[in-house]
Design a protein around this ligand. Sequence first.
Ligand code: SF4
Ligand code: SF4
Length: 129
Amino acid sequence: MTKLFECKRCGFCCQGESTVSLSSQEQENIARYLGLSLQEFLTRYTIKKDKRVEMKTINGHCIFYDEEKSLCKIHSVKPSACRQWPLHPSILRDPESFEIIRRTCPGFSPQATWKDIVAFLKKSSSPDF
Ligand code: SF4
Ligand code: SF4
C-alpha cells in the first residue's frame, strides 16, 4: 500500500521569516538541551512578538535548521508544533485546510485524500523526522 505521508526532508517547513511559539516548558527543554541558562537561551535564540516567544530566523529559516544536513539541530526537543507538522489536527477540520497544508509539503502521497489522512490521524500519532 502507498504510504500516505513520508517526509522528504526538503526543509520547507523550517523556512520563512517567522517560526512557531515556544511554551515555557519548551523554552526550558531547549535551553537544557543546549546547556544554556534559560536567559542565555532566550537572548541568543529567541525573539519576542507581543507576548509570544518565537525562535529567531537566520538566512530565511529557523535558527535551528541545519542547511547542510537538511535537518533540525534540536530534533529531540523540538517544539510540539514542529513535531506535529504537517499532520496537524487542523487538517481534520475540512478538506480545504488539508489542501492548504498539502500545497506546502511534498511529503504527502498524491493519492492521499483528506478522508485517508483523517482516518490515519485518528489511529496514529504524528510522524517524526
Ligand atoms: S514535513 Fe513536508 S515540508 Fe517539512 S521537511 Fe518534510 S516533506 Fe518537507
Ligand atoms: S525547531 Fe527544528 S523543526 Fe522546528 S522550525 Fe526550527 S529547525 Fe524546523
